[in-house]
Design a protein around this ligand. Structure first.
Ligand code: AMP
Ligand code: TRP
Length: 327
């Protein structure tokens, strides 16, 4: 089995990224061959300073390593180090259509506050490059948070469309979502997803313990006093129950049961302790890795391995569509 996933190096990683994506990758190392990458080309779809992009990319590689991924087993690489992503993107863009791309929720969300004249083609065509990322490695499984499922469904439509025309060329991928942590919500507005751009509602992995505690203690809840999972009427409490369950590796009913009879204040205090205890050793490993030369070595080696596999698929696709290939 092949497993592939990526994260954009666009900002500070949040607890949502950690629980919805990063923390889940390690478990896949035992199940198959893993390819985990830094989606730096995707990071260019919205304005970003070159220096920031570069720093974020290194930092994300260190986060991958701190999460326990073994670079001997998992191929860790930078998307832009493998030119086949851009080449396959150029081919696949002819098999995805304007109508379906304009229906993507992520695109609509990002574009709604922008003038048409400022929306880059790359933002619109984001799922084309994402399809290339997935299909180049013949990935069977793509672990992601819920917000990415629509993109993977589009990739699946593309595979059907392409294979119907050219034969069995592309491998059909499937999204894998962690049922508990698929959607971590903002602490300041628990009806909204925790994303990288809301300092009050986000917990950043780099936040120090005092900041984390403060944010959790002031998380929006409700005026009741019952600790119960109810997404509609108690979204704030539900989100904290989810965070606890995701960290402890238990289901939501078990999390609810654990906090039965707690008062909101004590409940929040224990959630804060749990998050801080989870992130502390992780961040210590991260700091150590950032001080070393490991990231550069790992990415260099990862690029070699990724290029090898990606080029095989690219060749297969080029032949299938009739691009001249003398080798
Ligand atoms: P991104 O930061 O958009 O590149 O997201 C990287 C990964 O984190 C993707 O698999 C997302 O689905 C996941 N993710 C981002 N935010 C959240 C969230 N609030 N809850 C769960 N997963 C998330
Ligand atoms: N689109 C993903 C996100 O924003 C990042 C990503 C890019 C990705 N290419 C991918 C995830 C391929 C999984 C597979 O979260």
């Amino acid at each position: 089995m092949r497993i592939l996933s990526g994260i954009k190096p666009t900002g500070e990683l949040t607890l949502g990224n950690y629980l919805g994506a990063l923390k889940n990758f390690k478990a896949f190392e035992k199940q198959g061959e893993c390819f985990i990458f830094i989606a730096d080309l995707h990071a260019l779809t919205l304005p970003i300073e070159p220096k920031v992009l570069k720093e974020n990319s290194k930092s994300l590689a260190a986060f991958y390593l701190a999460s326990g991924l073994d670079p001997k087993k998992t191929t860790l690489f930078l998307q832009s180090d493998v030119s086949a992503h851009s080449e396959l993107n150029a081919i696949l863009q002819n098999y995805l259509y304007m109508g379906e791309l304009s229906r993507m929720t992520q695109f609509k969300d990002k574009a709604k506050s922008m003038k048409d004249s400022a929306i880059g083609l790359g933002l619109f065509a984001y799922p084309v490059l994402m399809s290339a990322d997935i299909l180049l490695y013949d990935a069977d499984v793509v672990p992601v948070g819920e917000d990415q499922v629509q993109h993977i469904e589009l990739t699946r439509d593309l595979v059907n469309r392409f294979n119907k025309r050219y034969g069995k060329v592309l491998v059909m991928p499937k999204a894998n979502i962690n049922k508990v942590s698929k959607r971590i919500m903002s602490l300041s507005d628990p009806t909204k997803k925790m994303s990288k751009s809301d300092p009050k509602g986000d917990i950043y992995l780099k936040d120090n313990p005092d900041v984390i505690r403060k944010k959790i203690m002031s998380a929006v809840t409700d005026s009741g006093n019952e600790i119960k999972y109810d997404e509609v009427n108690k979204p704030g409490i539900s989100n904290l129950l989810v965070i606890y369950a995701a960290i402890k590796g238990i289901d939501i009913p078990a999390s609810e049961k654990h906090f039965q009879g707690y008062r909101y204040g004590d409940f929040k205090k224990e959630i804060a302790d749990t998050v801080i205890n989870e992130l502390k050793p992780f961040m210590e490993r991260y700091q150590e890795i950032m001080k070393s030369d490991l990231v550069n070595q790992v990415l260099l080696d990862g690029a070699k391995r990724a290029n090898k596999i990606a080029n095989i698929t690219l060749k297969r696709v080029k032949r299938a569509v009739g691009l001249f290939d003398e080798k």
